[in-house]
Design a protein around this ligand. Structure first.
Ligand code: LLP
Length: 437
């Protein structure tokens, strides 16, 4: 998919770059991002919304992969940006991302983070709870500002997804509950706070969702709520944000729809619900993360040791693992992979891909069919663009890999590989420990 193909030498090629050459030049493990595919996804979203005729913003959920190069692409593709911490906000600002297109999320924004965002004049705060309503109003007041807000509501829609990443049901740490009246109270309160300008509501029902029904149900609930609030409180919403969650295909079992179909289902449902209620059509915002970058990322590893347990299994270890991709260990996520340097050879053995961390759970893929694997071979694991680099760690003091963006035969570093000095960069030995005993 994307610009990936097998070249004449039997090597995997992405963005016109032979990955064996990338391994040579940049080392492994290496995250490779197919820039054309990221841009294609961004355009699919923007064009699908444009076709709906509604006003919209497509905010890339930068938590999926927040690096300055990615923010630069989001800017060029006319996306907005969703950030959830001072770190993501800082990344966006340093990349020159326009502040008025930044939305700040999170269930526990600190006063420092809120002040930083107020000073940057970001476009919108997505307020999660009553404490934050008061805090934001107070901090904005101290700066004599009035800021745009959305209220995150929990619509009580449960999307089909892995339970660890469901956020839409009632028992959730996020948002104002629609069912028990707290969303209603929050709207009333927001409407009365002088330093907040209430634009509307936000709902995020989960992640890696394949069906449109969950989104349609969320729109139904949100529209019903909007009408109630208009009729009873005389407050109108000009923006409805439906969050992210659009699925991608990691393995055969995954059956996502094309972006255009999710967008059409959502926009149709907005039009129907709001027009039927005689409501001025609101602007519609979404926040895709995974579907913007997930399938554009490939992780390239070098095969090292293996352990064959006759009649049981063969373990093949690569030079990365749960430090660069914690998703299999955390969520039992499945990935597909190939031998990137012998990509057109027949599949001959079933192996399980182990990482190099000192932990039995550090397995990347179970039971993968490969050609006969040798030490030094390159393994390419697909669909690692989202929540991989973003969730990478230095466990075992392993260095985070480099990230390269490839396009039209050109490969450029977007994040340098960490050095050993980066690893100890923040370490300090307290003076008393250096005293002779
Ligand atoms: N908006 C909000 C408010 C969110 O909480 C999320 C994801 C998104 C947008 C983007 O959702 P996406 O389009 O990427 O599904 N670490 C997990 C995923 C956690 C998602 C958290 N929220 C994973 O690796 O699967």
């Amino acid at each position: 998919h994307g610009t990936s193909k097998i070249n004449a030498q039997g090597h995997l090629e992405i963005g016109g770059c032979d990955v064996a050459e990338l391994a040579e030049q940049f080392g492994t493990p290496l995250y490779i991002v197919d820039e054309a595919l990221v841009r294609q996804r961004a355009r699919e979203y923007v064009e699908s919304f444009r076709a709906s005729g509604l006003k919209f913003q497509v905010a890339y959920a930068s938590k999926a992969f927040s690096v300055m190069a990615m923010c630069a692409i989001a800017e060029q593709e006319d996306l907005s940006l969703d950030v959830v911490s001072d770190g993501e906000l800082y990344t966006a600002m340093k990349a020159g991302f326009p502040a008025h297109r930044i939305h700040f999320h999170g269930n526990n924004k600190t006063p420092d983070e809120i002040n930083m965002a107020l000073d940057a004049n970001i476009g919108c705060f997505v307020v999660d709870n009553f404490n934050e309503l008061q805090l934001l109003n107070a901090l904005a007041g101290q700066k004599s500002k009035r800021v745009k807000v959305l209220l995150r509501i929990t619509p009580g829609v449960e999307a089909h997804t892995h339970e660890y990443i469901s956020t839409g049901q009632t028992d959730s740490k996020f948002g104002f509950d629609l069912g028990n009246g707290s969303a209603y109270s929050a709207v009333k309160e927001a409407g009365s706070l002088p330093h907040l300008e209430l634009l509307g509501v936000h709902s995020h029902i989960g992640s890696q969702i394949f069906e449109v029904e969950g989104f349609q149900m969320a729109v139904d609930k949100v529209a019903g709520f909007a009408v109630k609030v208009r009729d009873e409180l005389n407050i109108m919403f000009s923006v409805i944000n439906l969050g992210g969650g659009f699925g991608i295909r990691y393995t055969e079992g995954d059956t996502p729809l094309p972006v255009s179909q999710y967008v059409k289902a959502i926009t149709d449902s907005i039009k129907t619900n709001f027009s039927n209620a005689g409501y001025t059509l609101p602007e519609i915002w979404v926040e895709p993360g995974r579907s913007m970058v997930g399938d554009a990322g490939t992780t390239l590893y070098t095969v090292g040791t293996s352990k064959d347990i006759p009649g049981v299994r063969k373990y093949v270890a690569v030079d990365g693992g749960m430090t660069d991709n914690p998703r299999p260990a955390l969520y039992e996520s499945k990935y597909e992979a190939i031998l990137a340097n012998r990509a057109n050879e027949a599949l001959e053995e079933t192996v399980s891909i182990a990482g190099k961390c000192c932990e039995s759970g550090d397995m990347l893929i179970w039971d993968l069919e490969l050609p006969k694997v040798n030490s030094g071979d390159l393994l390419a694991v697909f669909c690692t663009g989202a929540y991989n680099y973003a969730m990478a760690s230095n466990y075992n003091r392993i260095r985070r890999p480099a990230v390269v963006f490839v396009k039209d035969g050109q490969a450029d570093i977007a994040v340098k590989r960490e050095s050993l000095d980066d690893i100890i960069g923040n370490d300090v030995i307290p003076a008393r420990m250096k005293q002779a005993s």
